[in-house]
Design a protein around this ligand. Structure first.
Ligand code: NAD
Ligand code: GLY
Length: 371
């Protein structure tokens, strides 16, 4: 691994996202925020830090210490998904305009996936696009949302319906920030880590299973390794298919079922990673019925999710009909045919329309207790 940006004593690692002139590094490890020399990645003198009220209290001072040579402004948004709207976006754009920021300003996204998505989108559209960097502070953001350049906001008629691909100039995943993350949010991030094993590397899946207790206990070396491998798998997929014309869709393993759960619950009560955990189990069952996966591997996944404290069945009142109705409105429906990500084998995913409706209905009837 190329660690040229880091001191020899560093416990941090670097993953490269290869995208021609839009290539960048992901720096992962304890105290990454303090180690990175920001001036090496920022060309202008002015920064706009976008964060929320919770993360600002916890971590703004840490990065401010490392940004003394810049003129730093900040926007502190309220916490939660509800701010990820055009109105929330407007708060950031207004702060940029009122502060007289020009195209040399860099936006710094400090927070979880909500902040990364909205701040990245602000950078994508402000004066037709300015630089931004990601400092993800949730496990989900460190392994998924901060990497790959998907930015955007929600619309009343759909989640993530307005956005742009806009790659950051660097991602700094400081694993120390995960110490303050609520347990439920940490488990939600772990479900995405498990996803990478399922879709991209069966040895990694075995490794997670073996080291799950250590990961749940926040062992720093194990966490850094898990984030590094997750980012390597995502980086390799994104490098081949930046704008999701094909293969990138496998990153959505379990997400069609999971999004149906989130929609059913109107984005209340469950966090994203919890819905994805159940969605992955359902997609795994479909893969069993298609012949790619054994019942034993399905059971292994179920046990791992339970050990993380994640749910393993849909909300009690959700019926197979609810799934059918909601899933047919999914972005992945083309010409009336729903495309689903299934596993050909453990560690190898594919986007398929060939699963057969009877198998899909069987999955729904097995998992839904309500009729
Ligand atoms: P989030 O940003 O809402 O963060 C979860 C909670 O943790 C929030 O209350 C936040 O304030 C708090 N928090 C963040 N860091 C903390 C820390 N270090 N210590 C204590 N509390 C902390 O949620 P998330 O799960 O990070 O991200 C979900 C969002 O990411 C959704 O909007 C989803 O659509 C988006 N997403 C985007 C992509 C992408 O590719 N762009 C991929 C997956 C998800
Ligand atoms: N989170 C899915 C993607 O980045 O494509």
């Amino acid at each position: 691994m190329d660690t040229s940006l880091l001191s020899p004593k560093s416990q941090c690692h670097r993953v490269h996202v290869t995208l021609g002139i839009r290539s960048y590094s992901i720096i992962i490890g304890p105290k990454a925020m303090e180690e990175v020399v920001f001036a090496d990645h920022i060309s202008g003198r002015r920064l706009m830090v976008v964060t929320n009220e919770i993360v600002e209290r916890l971590y703004f001072e840490n990065i401010a210490q490392n940004l003394k040579e810049f003129q730093v402004d900040k926007v502190v948004l309220p916490d939660g998904e509800k701010i990820k709207t055009l109105d929330g976006l407007n708060v950031i754009l207004s702060a940029l305009l009122e502060g007289g920021h020009d195209r040399t300003t860099t936006v710094v996204a400090l927070g979880g996936g909500v902040i990364g998505d909205i701040a990245g989108f602000a950078a994508a559209v402000y004066q037709r696009g300015i630089d931004f960097l990601q400092i993800p502070t949730t496990l989900l953001a460190q392994v998924d949302s901060a990497v790959g350049g998907k930015t955007g906001v929600n619309h009343a008629l759909g989640k993530n319906m307005i956005g742009a691909f806009h790659q950051p100039s660097i991602v700094i995943a400081d694993t120390m920030t995960l110490k303050t993350l609520p347990k439920r949010e940490f488990a939600a991030g772990l479900s995405e880590v498990i996803k990478y094993g399922l879709i991209g590397d069966r040895c990694f899946f075995d490794w997670i299973e073996k080291n799950l207790d250590g990961l749940l206990a926040h062992d720093s070396n194990l966490l850094t390794y898990a984030i590094r491998v997750s980012c390597q798998i995502k980086a390799s997929i994104v490098s081949k298919d930046e704008t999701e014309q094909g293969q990138r869709a496998i990153l959505n393993f379990g997400h069609t079922f999971g999004h149906a759960i989130e929609t059913f619950l109107q984005y209340r009560d469950w966090v994203h990673g919890e819905a994805i955990a159940v969605g992955m189990l359902m997609a795994m069952k479909l893969s069993v019925l298609q012949g790619g996966i054994s019942e034993t591997d399905f059971d292994r996944l179920k046990v791992m999710l339970k050990r993380c404290g994640l749910p393993t069945s849909p909300p009690i009142l959700m019926t197979a009909q609810d799934f059918n109705l909601i899933m047919m409105r999914d972005k992945k429906v083309i010409d009336g045919q729903l495309r689903l990500v299934i596993l050909q084998t453990l560690g190898l995913a594919t986007v398929s329309t060939e699963y057969g409706d009877s198998n899909l209905q069987k999955v729904l009837s097995v998992h839904c207790t309500a009729q």
